[in-house]
Design a protein around this ligand. Structure first.
Ligand code: IVH
Length: 706
């Protein structure tokens, strides 16, 4: 045996104390004082010391949490004190609390005049019960509840749970068994499922199952990677420790000993106190970072608990008061596809009505096609439906064991809709890498019409003053307007019959609509509401193409290039698309280009655009002829950052119009175009007296050649 230098022994002790202290701050007080990286540094230093001096290792060293070999099976553990269950109050209203209080009072022989019984009220955590056995303050065994008499030895796995102290602070009694719940926080659960999904492993339906599955992992290395938490709520066997006189004082003592105790607990008086607690927690339930399925009331005085005793296997001094379940099983009758205001297509499960989260649910969102496929939801399946708070109900997962032989085929959105929007029949599309399918008939589709009209009328679009949400609702609901082109056919007489619309405001609106006819191509493109085409992209498209016809032409060419050729590889296709004019525009990547192409190839949209132009919507047209070289003989120098196009694009377009583009400024330079943050070239131009153009002037020049 290597002698361990005293200094090393001392350092190891210091490190253990420091790590335990920071664990306590982190898990119990929820108030860490050092960054994770610093904690990791202390931890690695201890690991390193223990590696060099294996005899330094103690059972309670924080480094002993990870590791251990995989088991064949868990050894049975007979509980020194049976792990009882708790009576559940079925009435989830206030009467549930009142009838518990009435029973307690009756059992204690308290008359109506006697003061209220004092209770400890706490949360009912939705995880799995665990018994932690500490001997001389050191964790020696952790066991599941099992049948209450005999559980399973899951010590190796429980050691990996950071929130479970391996050594108690200031308690070194021969035996102290602490009982509590191992659970998983919702955020940890979501991250775990994401990780499982990425690794192609099975996902868990809820945090409870994930926690239970993790604790019952035979390989502790896997359990160690599962983010579990723990709350203490009671005692098992005790030897050599004075138990405090009340349950609330007991929880305080456990917390001081380094065990995490939930802060959402209270000491209350009588039935009214219980009801108030039940209601307060109900209001907070959805904001808690973990799942609870109710609250637990315990008579606070341990002396009274003893007097009350047990019936069969349940204490008479405690009760679980549940909340309506947030998850239920039901059967999928159909999978419908809904069209949202933006054209997004959302699959929705039509369910056998089921009471969940306090309401009867008949529809649950399935989010998008990938989600349905990942969960493999089919018609006829039994599914878990979750509704938490005001969140829309969702299908959490399928109970595969219950899939009937005649269950539907795997979900295929495009096939189910025959490629057409269920509302308007326009083509549906889904860009590569995007999660959602959408209807491309943005200008025409009734599901999108109100949104489309509001957007069209917006200040930065066609700028139709006074055409707000209320009015759009009335115009559409009253059947006066079906699409944006209808706006230009409105007459004052039709408007006056609308609610809160006098002759004067009707006239004002008609005038505003009329004024909007004179616009710019950039505004018009923005007003069309092409998905992903914001103001800047619309301006870039307008600057680059100059005319609507040129843009439409490019959109058609892009759509053709999108069609997959027989021997197309992804790379070849991407290269081909990159050469398309649409993708030459600043900020227009393949996704936006595909959106633009889909929009301008949907015939319904083209009809509406034609009608808009027929109604007199117009903008200054480019006066240049194709192939004209109005800038021949002129030399330009570009400097600084342009907003509507890149310098390369500007250069290309200048060259196309016959200009020369030079790299440096000289006396021969005709114009310097200065974008944002132009530097020395701008200074040089000013010194030489070369005319300097701003971006707007350049854009105008590119458009008119003048
Ligand atoms: S006390 C003798 N307190 O609910 C009383 N149990 O049947 C023993 N549970 O699976 C239980 N939160 O794991 C108690 N604050 C809490 C609890 C709680 C959840 C679980 C427990 C057991 C079941 C009781």
């Amino acid at each position: 045996m290597n002698a361990i230098p005293a200094a090393v022994q001392q350092r190891a002790a210091e490190l253990r104390a420091a790590i335990e202290h920071h664990n306590y701050l982190y898990y119990v007080l929820d108030a860490p004082e050092i960054p994770d990286a610093e904690y990791d540094r202390l931890f690695s230093e201890l690991l390193e010391l223990e590696y060099r001096y294996p005899h330094l290792v103690t059972a309670d060293s924080p480094t002993r949490r990870v590791g251990g070999t995989a088991l064949e099976r868990f050894a049975p553990v007979r509980h020194a004190v049976p792990m009882l269950s708790i009576r559940t109050e079925t009435d989830s209203g206030p009467d549930g609390a009142r009838s518990f209080d009435a029973r307690v009072r009756r059992e204690l022989g308290l008359g109506p005049e006697a003061p209220g019984v004092e209770y400890a009220a706490e949360l009912k955590f939705d995880g799995l019960a665990i018994n932690l056995r500490y001997e001389q303050g050191v964790l020696v065994q952790a066991a599941t509840r099992g049948d209450g008499e005999t559980g399973e030895d899951v010590t190796q796995n429980v050691r990996t749970v950071g929130a479970v102290p391996l050594r108690l602070r200031s308690i070194d009694a021969p035996v102290l068994e602490v009982r509590g719940e191992i659970y998983m926080r919702r955020d940890a659960f979501d991250r775990l499922n994401e990780r499982q999904r990425a690794a192609g492993e099975k996902t868990f339906v809820n945090p409870r199952n994930a926690a239970a599955g993790s604790i019952r992992q035979l390989d502790p290395a896997i359990a160690a990677r599962r983010p579990l938490s723990f709350f203490a709520y009671g005692l098992g066997a005790v030897d050599g420790w004075t138990v405090p006189p009340t349950h609330s004082a007991l929880l305080d003592a456990l917390q001081s000993a380094g065990l995490p105790v939930c802060t959402e607990r209270a000491v209350v008086q009588g039935a009214d106190g219980l009801v108030a607690f039940h209601q307060r927690i109900a209001a907070q339930r959805d904001a808690l970072p973990f799942d609870i399925d109710g609250v637990v009331y315990k008579v606070n005085s341990l002396a009274l608990q003893q007097r009350l005793g047990f019936v069969t296997r349940e204490p008479k001094w405690a009760v679980a008061h549940k909340y309506p379940a947030q998850e239920q099983l039901t059967v999928v009758r159909a999978i419908d596809i809904q069209v949202g205001r933006t054209g997004k297509l959302t699959p929705v499960a039509k369910l056998e009505p089921v009471f969940v989260g306090g309401v009867t649910v008949t529809n649950a969102t399935l989010h998008n096609e990938d989600e349905v496929r990942r969960k493999d939801v089919r018609i006829g399946d039994t599914v878990i439906v979750r509704r938490a708070g005001d969140v829309i109900p969702e299908v959490v997962g399928v109970v595969l064991e219950r899939r009937p032989a005649d269950a539907g085929a795997p979900f295929d959105l495009h096939a189910q809709l025959n490629g057409q929007c269920p509302v308007c029949g326009s083509a549906i599309a889904r860009e590569e890498d995007a999660a959602d399918w959408h209807c491309t008939g943005g200008l025409y589709c009734p599901a999108q019409r109100k949104n489309a009209i509001l957007h069209f009328a917006g200040r930065r679009a066609m700028d139709i003053e006074g055409l707000g949400e209320r009015l759009v609702d009335q115009l559409v609901d009253g059947g006066l307007v079906h699409d944006v082109a209808d706006l230009y056919g409105l007459r004052t007489g039709q408007l006056e019959v609308l609610e809160r619309m006098g002759e004067k405001s009707a006239c004002n609106l008609i005038a505003a609509i009329s004024r909007s006819r004179d616009t710019t191509l950039a505004r018009f493109l923005f007003a069309l509401g092409i998905p992903d085409v914001g103001e800047a992209t619309a301006a870039a498209l307008a600057a680059y193409f100059g005319t609507l016809e040129a843009l439409q032409q490019a959109a058609m060419e892009y759509a053709a290039a999108l069609t997959v050729a027989g021997d197309d590889t992804a790379a070849a296709r991407a290269r081909r698309l990159k050469e398309q004019a649409l993708q030459q525009v600043t900020d227009v990547g393949p996704e936006v280009a595909a959106r633009v192409a889909a929009f301008f190839t949907e015939p319904h949209n083209l009809t509406v655009i034609q009608r808009l132009r027929a109604a007199g919507v117009k903008w200054p047209e480019t006066v240049m002829e194709r192939g004209a070289q109005p800038l021949a003989g002129q030399t330009f120098v570009l400097t600084g950052t342009l907003q509507s196009m890149s310098r390369d694009q500007a250069k290309e377009r200048l060259l196309a119009l016959g200009a020369k583009v030079a790299g440096s400024v000289s006396k021969k330079t005709d114009y310097v175009v200065a974008g944002a943050e132009a530097g020395s070239k701008l200074t040089k131009a000013q010194e030489l007296g070369v005319p300097v153009l701003d971006e707007a002037t350049l854009v105008e020049m590119l458009r008119t050649g003048d």
